[in-house]
Design a protein around this ligand. Structure first.
Ligand code: HEM
Ligand SMILES: *[C@@H]1O[C@H](CO)[C@@H](O)[C@H](O)[C@H]1NC(C)=O
Ligand SMILES: *[C@@H]1O[C@H](CO)[C@@H](O)[C@H](O)[C@H]1NC(C)=O
Ligand SMILES: *[C@@H]1O[C@H](CO)[C@@H](O)[C@H](O)[C@H]1NC(C)=O
Ligand SMILES: *[C@@H]1O[C@H](CO)[C@@H](O)[C@H](O)[C@H]1NC(C)=O
Ligand SMILES: *[C@@H]1O[C@H](CO)[C@@H](O)[C@H](O)[C@H]1NC(C)=O
Ligand SMILES: *[C@@H]1O[C@H](CO)[C@@H](O)[C@H](O)[C@H]1NC(C)=O
Ligand SMILES: *[C@@H]1O[C@H](CO)[C@@H](O)[C@H](O)[C@H]1NC(C)=O
Ligand SMILES: *[C@@H]1O[C@H](CO)[C@@H](O)[C@H](O)[C@H]1NC(C)=O
Length: 510
């Protein structure tokens, strides 16, 4: 698979359609009255909608919720609050070559294509290809922005932060992520590859040499019944926080966060920021390679031995306990020994738990869910003794898998030969409290949430050192397991700021 696509060929191939620029809609559509045109131009949604993931609010419900806090959902880029629901998404990283030319194109050619939150909520208002844009610190600097955004993690860039994240140096990093050469990223989302290519090529013709494509990563929801599942096989995107002013009907057990936990300069964001940053959000991008056949071999080789379980069931149980959920999405806290697909598929029940049970001591008993489980490390719920729970360290996850399905040859050899993984995206108003905190202070910390529980067996990283995890065996919680392989390998990434549409129209393009 080609991870680093060269779009020159795309430009040539689609040269004939570059005249559709300025309209994100099908040429068949008669509508050309801009992004709020009511005439539908899609027959089906850009988004997947697995039963287990909470539905998005209707536009009416979201607008009503927004009005209670004075939020303008048409000013917020569409990806920020939507979560892990895209069918196909292209991450197109660029550098700015001519800031004067780029700023003028930003207003005339890019802004009209930028998809809003409101637009994505109904198929009838979705564009053919959704487009979002975000800038790194060096990108903002290239545009002549001298204001500090008040986030030192963002301004340093991700390359400088790699030690904090537990990465074993940068040897596994995609070369283009090393340093600060990436100025921005376009997110293109649609339901077919040709629609994405089409939009990319027309935008490239418009932008000409004002930018240069530095790197691209094409990502896609997995096929068929695996849609919504990450490459290890577990359903993802179940537990994103409900954001005040957007989520109309929080699901039982969903964390409810202040608007300003995700959106900059809104209630709950305590940092002083320049006024133009309002309703933007920091976008963390990480290309996380997943060693799937190797992970599966590990589960087979270390199957949990418990009365009444076959070897396969013991192996499935180990995997579920490492994540904290079964492949269906059912939490091990509520389904401790076997998967329960009906529970997994029910968003009214699949997030309704706290790790606290009347028959177990919260601080010591990990029979149901290991303290080190990925979902317990990244959202400890009742473990911290905070009522209702810790709400300061929450993110919206909006990533999507990339790379092909595991081939028969890879499965048979227990060895990855073609890269696949998670194009991880997280939105938050503060990277040091959001992504960086979850990775560094919780997942990588063997002493969180209690001493000696070990690191998160999925994403915990100790600069390449082998990882010791306890609590995975429900029959003996002091037994440890040593993970000699990192099944998730950081290929690096960058920190971006996803500005509001009004910031693009004013501060960034003039
Ligand atoms: C390849 C890497 C990763 C894989 C395979 C993965 C997989 C999963 C899965 C299967 C879930 C359960 C579904 C859900 O609750 O929505 C989950 C939840 C979650 N993950 Fe990850 N994840 C990865 C990376 C990350 C990273 C890097 C972070 C942040 C540093 C993160 C933070 C979270 C959070 C906050 C939750 C929700 C926990 C909850 O609310 O209960 N994940 N992940
Ligand atoms: C909401 O934001 C959009 C995009 O910036 C803008 O056109 C519109 O006027 C705003 N609406 C209100 C009520 O401020
Ligand atoms: C940058 O773009 C501007 C506006 O299009 C143009 O006038 C100028 O010549 C360009 N500069 C360079 C170095 O190409
Ligand atoms: C889309 O563009 C990529 C990168 O240039 C290319 O590899 C792929 O074949 C194109 N797909 C379609 C359907 O045009
Ligand atoms: C937003 O920023 C402005 C300008 O810095 C500031 O006056 C205002 O208090 C901020 N609002 C919030 C909710 O943070
Ligand atoms: C959620 O869990 C609580 C406490 O266990 C229970 O009382 C409630 O009925 C559950 N809600 C649903 C929809 O199952
Ligand atoms: C731990 O919790 C499980 C299930 O919640 C319970 O059955 C068991 O008795 C508890 N163990 C101890 C030692 O309290
Ligand atoms: C793959 O791993 C399984 C489980 O350990 C083992 O039985 C099998 O022999 C391995 N295959 C190869 C080709 O090494
Ligand atoms: C639990 O595991 C520890 C560490 O491997 C071991 O020392 C202990 O004997 C085990 N306990 C039981 C009851 O098997």
């Amino acid at each position: 698979m080609k991870l680093c696509a060269n779009f020159i060929s795309t430009v040539v191939f689609f040269a004939s359609v570059s005249s559709t620029l300025g309209s994100p809609y099908d040429s068949a559509s008669t509508s050309s009255s801009g992004r709020d045109a009511v005439e539908p131009r899609r027959a089906s949604s850009i988004l997947i909608n697995p039963a287990a993931q909470p539905d998005l609010p209707t536009v009416q419900a979201a607008t009503a919720a927004a009005s209670t806090v004075g939020l303008n959902l048409s000013d917020i880029q569409g990806d920020v609050l939507i979560g892990m629901k895209k069918k196909l998404e292209l991450f197109y990283f660029f550098s700015i070559q001519n800031a004067t030319a780029f700023k003028s194109k930003l207003k005339s050619d890019i802004l009209p294509l930028v998809t809003t939150t409101t637009q994505l909520l109904a198929v009838s208002t979705q564009p053919i290809t959704a487009v979002n844009i975000a800038f790194s610190q060096t990108g903002l600097t290239a545009l002549g922005i001298t204001d500090s955004l008040g986030d030192s993690v963002f301004s340093g860039g991700q390359f400088k932060d790699l030690t904090n994240l537990g990465d074993p140096g940068s040897t596994n990093w995609v070369p283009q992520f090393k340093g600060t050469g990436i100025h921005g990223v376009f997110l293109f989302a649609s339901d077919t590859q040709d629609k994405i290519n089409n939009t990319v090529s027309s935008l490239q013709s418009a932008l000409g040499s004002s930018i240069k494509n530095v790197y691209s990563l094409q990502a896609a929801a997995r096929p068929g019944a695996e849609a919504g599942h990450e490459h290890f096989g577990y359903l993802d995107g179940i537990s994103n926080p409900a954001v005040t002013g957007f989520t109309a009907n929080p699901m039982p057990g969903q964390a409810i966060v202040a608007t300003g936990t995700i959106l900059v300069n809104e209630t709950g964001d305590s940092v002083k920021r320049p006024a133009w940053t309002k309703d933007g959000s920091f976008l963390v991008f990480r290309q996380l390679k997943q060693l799937v056949p190797e992970f599966n071999k590990f589960l087979t080789d270390h199957a949990i031995v418990e009365k009444g379980l076959t070897a396969q069931q013991g192996s499935d149980l180990l995997g579920a306990r490492m994540i904290g959920r079964w492949k269906s999405g059912a939490p091990v806290d509520l389904a401790p020994l076997f998967d329960d697909p009906a529970l997994g598929a029910n968003p009214l029940k699949n997030n309704n738990f706290t790790f606290q049970h009347p028959d177990a001591i919260l601080a010591t008993n990990q029979t149901r869910c290991p303290f080190s489980a990925h979902i317990r490390k990244t959202r400890p719920r009742a473990d911290l003794g905070i009522i209702p729970e810790d709400l300061a360290n929450q993110i919206i996850r909006a990533g999507i898998p990339y790379g092909p399905e595991v081939s028969a040859a890879e499965a048979a050899s227990n060895t990855t030969s073609t890269e696949r993984g998670l194009a991880f995206v997280a939105y938050q108003s503060n990277i040091g409290k959001g992504f960086q905190f979850l990775q560094k202070t919780w997942a990588d910390n063997a002493g969180f949430v209690h001493p000696e529980v070990g690191v998160d067996p999925i994403i915990g990283a100790l600069a390449g050192a082998q990882r010791v995890v306890s609590g995975l065996d429900p029959t003996n919680s002091t037994k440890t397991l040593t993970l000699t392989t990192d099944f998730v390998v950081s290929r690096g990434g960058e920190y971006f700021f996803s500005p509001s549409l009004s910031a693009i129209a004013s501060k960034l393009s003039v």
